[in-house]
Design a protein around this ligand. Sequence first.
Ligand SMILES: Cc1cc2nc3c(=O)[nH]c(=O)nc-3n(C[C@H](O)[C@H](O)[C@H](O)COP(=O)(O)OP(=O)(O)OC[C@H]3O[C@@H](n4cnc5c(N)ncnc54)[C@H](O)[C@@H]3O)c2cc1C
Ligand code: FES
Length: 273
Amino acid sequence: MIVDQKPVMLTVAEKTVHTAVYTTLFFDFAIDFRPGQFVMVWLPGIDEKPYSLSYHSPTRFGITIEAKGLFSRRAADLSPGDFVGIRGPFGNGFDIISSPHTAVVAGGCGMAPLAPLVERLHPDLFFVHGARTREFILFPDRFAANRHITTDDGSLGHKGMVTDLLAAEIRRRADQGAPPFDRVYACGPEVMMHAVFTLCDAHGIPCQVSLERYMRCGFGVCGACVCSDQVVCKDGPVFDSKQLKKMPDFNRTALLKSGHAVPLSEYVSWRCL
Ligand SMILES: Cc1cc2nc3c(=O)[nH]c(=O)nc-3n(C[C@H](O)[C@H](O)[C@H](O)COP(=O)(O)OP(=O)(O)OC[C@H]3O[C@@H](n4cnc5c(N)ncnc54)[C@H](O)[C@@H]3O)c2cc1C
Ligand code: FES
């Protein structure tokens, strides 16, 4: 465990450039970890931001960065040997139910926190991954589990939304008398997670989603990341259906860096997603 408030300076041990937008940085460091938890990543003189652990072993962990704005481009440009400040891990992580009747729904870079989860779940899970185009499908060859791909433009897999495939599978199971899903896990754009939550709720299936909010401290003291009465960095980032039902700000409102509350669409365009 890394001391919460004080970053430990680690050197990048290895770097994998997956595509023009996705890069993974690996650190040879032991860290206690539950899938869904994140670390605060500090680039001295630039900023500090949260990143999910996308790889974990007893001696090594990795973070996968989608290069978008100033910070993420600088982080993706780091090389082996460069120093990075790390605090964490923070957050609650996912509850793991290892049953063949679970589903995982990933959208774009939402695959990053879900990847170590998938590796701990039953291999017969129903696994859907969507992205804008084939270039945005992260870790295309990583998993033993069969993955159903969707893209907005049809450049890979099914042309359409991840929720189309999830809805079809929920229907198929009901029609054929197969066991329903015990649990659906999701991470991706908030509008997608809300659609998954609504679909699951309509069928009485519990789901867990990992929310993203602007974060400053990472451990519950600054208030930058609140969503309704939940502190996303500490109470989350993973929330279940029961909690989401009591969070009117889910898929509706988020705070900017200034602390000003805005509609989610404005927050999302600010975050450059
Ligand atoms: C729990 C958690 C886990 C995460 N895990 C991952 C992960 O695994 N991988 C990943 O890629 N990302 C992850 N993120 C997102 C990550 O923390 C960064 O937000 C993301 O990488 C974008 O950073 P950036 O440097 O590209 O953008 P920023 O530098 O934040 O800029 C984004 C855009 O906002 C603009 N902007 C910046 N500040 C302001 C301001 N004050 N007012 C108006 N506009 C402004 C910028 O000009 C730019 O256009 C996670 C976030 C959370 C909360
Ligand atoms: S980031 Fe400070 S309270 Fe969550």
